[in-house]
Design a protein around this ligand. Structure first.
Ligand code: AMP
Length: 397
């Protein structure tokens, strides 16, 4: 893996793809600066070496070119504050003015370019556009893990305009890649993957890939019910993808052939409607009465899953065990989070990734107590599915 530690930026101009896609309120103030803060060590290393920086990012999903709402000018002050250095702004990413500003940069100076997605060429991965972006610097750094699964101009295509010694991953990317590699390719056994969330269809490829790596796969959340139905259980009006029953059966068969233990919950907390104050009870997961739905795993499953988690040496968690957003149905997810923390204390390596499990770990203030919390949901899942990402490959080639 080629990281920024392998390059001395003295006298160099680094053009860096960062993920500054941060939430803004109605006054266009940054309401969560996590992503900006994450990039600071990369920026500081370059400035400390004596380099200058051109920052590129997208913000939101602008559909019709330049839109005030999606302008990166709104975040300039926050980036300056976090970095402790004033940041200049170019109101277009490829205008002559923008190139004049980047070429005038001196060592220690930082320029932020306007939202890349104001040009449709960015998401199309247009080569000419990528080549123009490449003109802004003489070293390319990719530190935007959240978009590393996209073959966009700034995330993958522009890397080809730099020679092998002049492109690298920043610290955010390097940390993510290292963590996934640790889990997938260098895992201490037993390796347990905890997969939850709403839909089986979203997770089929992941489960298939994990069968080649994991010893145990724990299945929770809404997707568990498709497996239960596939095995002949009664699931009432629980979430189910009837067109995936066959797939679920095949996954279970495949696991058996490969000697991977797949754990499907044995009991569930069921409710008579999808609300926090619905009537609820605990039943065997394959005997859910008509009109009721399973919204969390039951206490026996919590215990069984906990035992597996706590005896693991490597843990990957993606997706909640139930509707954890509602306090009545959060127990399975909450307990899984605490069990992962306990395993981590006993020297297991734990990687939490994918939007909702990250939201869960944050809800219980446990982010500091697990080994690594991934910043990119889609990117992490695609990395597991494909074994690499366009943004990472582009640096290696
Ligand atoms: P995903 O984005 O696929 O990881 O799904 C996460 C969502 O699945 C969360 O919003 C959960 O509330 C929801 N979820 C988890 N378990 C269930 C369930 N048993 N029934 C319905 N939704 C669920």
């Amino acid at each position: 893996m080629k990281t920024i530690d392998s390059i001395n930026f003295s006298g160099k101009k680094a053009v860096i793809r960062v993920d500054f896609n941060v939430p803004l309120n109605e006054q266009f103030e940054v309401t969560d600066s996590t992503r900006i803060r994450a990039a600071i060590p990369t920026l500081k290393k370059i400035l400390k070496d004596g380099g200058s920086i051109v920052l590129m990012s997208h913000l939101g999903r602008p559909k019709e070119g330049p839109t005030n709402k999606y302008s990166l000018k709104h975040i300039v002050n926050e980036v300056s504050r976090q970095l402790g250095t004033p940041v200049k702004f170019a109101d277009d990413c490829i205008s002559e003015n923008a190139f004049a500003q980047s070429s005038a940069l001196k060592a220690g100076e930082v320029l932020l370019l306007e939202n890349l997605r104001f040009y449709k060429e960015e998401e199309k991965g247009n080569e000419e556009f990528a080549q123009k972006l490449a003109r802004h610097g003489n070293v390319y750094v990719n530190d935007a893990f959240g978009t590393a699964h996209r073959s966009h101009a700034s995330t993958a295509v522009m890397a080809k305009f730099f020679d092998a010694g002049s492109k690298c991953l920043g610290y955010v990317m390097a940390g993510e890649v290292e963590s996934i590699d640790k889990v997938l390719n260098q895992s201490e056994k037993p390796f347990t993957a905890i997969i939850g969330g709403a839909k089986v269809s979203d997770k089929i490829l992941i489960i298939e890939q994990l069968m080649n790596k994991a010893n145990n796969i724990l299945i929770g959340g809404g997707m568990a019910f498709t497996f239960v139905k596939a095995m002949g259980g009664q699931i009432g009006k629980s979430l189910c993808e009837d067109d995936r029953l066959q797939t679920a059966k095949e996954l279970l068969d495949k696991a058996k052939q490969k000697g991977v233990n797949i754990y499907i919950p044995t009991d569930a907390i069921i409710a008579d409607n999808f609300s926090n104050d619905a009537n609820k009870k605990e039943v065997a997961i394959d005997q859910i009465p008509e009109g009721w739905m399973g919204l969390d795993i039951g206490s026996k499953s919590v215990k069984q899953f906990g035992e597996v988690i706590k005896s693991s040496k490597t843990i990957l968690w993606n997706g909640p065990m139930g509707v954890f957003e509602m306090s009545s149905f959060e127990n399975g997810t909450k307990q899984a989070a605490f069990d992962i923390v306990e395993a981590t204390k006993s020297s297991a390596y734990s990687l939490i990734g994918g939007g909702d499990s990250v939201a869960a770990i944050n809800k219980y203030n446990l982010a500091e107590k697990v080994s690594y919390v991934s910043t990119g949901g889609g990117a992490l899942l695609e990395y597991i599915e494909q074994g690499s990402l366009p943004g990472v490959k582009a640096i290696e080639n």
